[in-house]
Design a protein around this ligand. Structure first.
Ligand code: ZN
Ligand code: FE
Length: 242
């Protein structure tokens, strides 16, 4: 199987939309299009036609481009079943345990409630890639808008079962803020201190810092490293107040 081409499209103030193309089938899908125009332009420039949109959750900065991309391309919109009524452009609902495909590439759907109640992630096990929306960020996790620390802890534990090399495609460039916070709750972590320095340099040079990897997160992400739901909840509350 040929490798997926995965393109990062920065939009709004800090969102990343991921454009994913399978060269064998020529299918192209978009994860969480916040807006339509830059996504359509990127696909056009590459000679790709968008065939599907895969949403991780209902927030407008993840679904705002759905209707316009569908109007232009006729693509199918796949959404989390539990949030279907909040995503009016939906065509197909999926939930944990379902499989979705881009050509011959199969993604397992994970239920990852916490940031929103019906949040899902898409794991391409054979490709070593997972699209996590606003569940995990580089050195961070999503805010607990519609769920609990227990749920987010379970999400982190499950992500922690993946191989170190698994690439984690999150939906925001929150890395520098997360790193600066992470060093305050894990001050003795040398890998974290080193990563903060790298991220400061990358951001100063205008570079993106994602995708990240499970290995990097295992070493530096205080939410993935939290030993309990209570500890995850404690540091999430500290970050919210920061
Ligand atoms: Zn969100
Ligand atoms: Fe978001």
């Amino acid at each position: 199987m040929a490798q997926l081409d995965i393109v990062r499209i920065p939009v709004l103030s800090d969102n990343y939309v991921w454009l994913v193309h399978d060269p064998e089938s020529s299918e192209t899908m978009v994860v969480d299009p916040a807006v339509a125009d830059p996504v359509l332009a990127e696909a056009d420039a590459r000679g790709w036609t968008i065939t599907a949109i895969w949403n991780t959750h209902w927030h407008p900065d993840h679904t705002g481009g759905n209707a316009a991309i569908k109007a232009k391309t006729g693509c199918e919109i796949i959404v989390p079943a539990a949030e279907r009524e909040r995503i009016p452009s939906a065509d197909r609902s999926v939930a944990g345990g379902d499989h979705v495909q881009l050509g011959a590439h199969v993604a397992d759907v994970w239920d990852v409630p916490a940031h929103t109640a019906g949040h899902i992630a898409y794991h391409f096990a054979d490709d070593g890639a997972i699209f996590v929306g606003d569940t995990m960020f580089a050195m961070g996790c999503g805010r607990l808008f519609e769920g609990t620390a227990e749920q987010m802890f379970a999400n982190m534990q499950r992500l922690g079962t993946l191989d170190d090399a698994t690439r984690v495609y999150c939906a925001h460039e929150y890395t520098l803020s997360n790193a600066r916070f992470a060093v305050t709750v894990d001050p003795g972590n040398d890998a974290l201190a080193a990563r903060l320095a790298e991220v400061e340099a990358a951001r100063a040079a205008g570079e993106a810092t994602v995708p990240t990897t499970i290995g990097a997160e295992r070493a530096t992400n205080p939410f993935l490293r939290a030993p309990s739901a209570a500890e995850l909840g404690r540091i999430r509350a500290l970050k919210d107040a920061a």
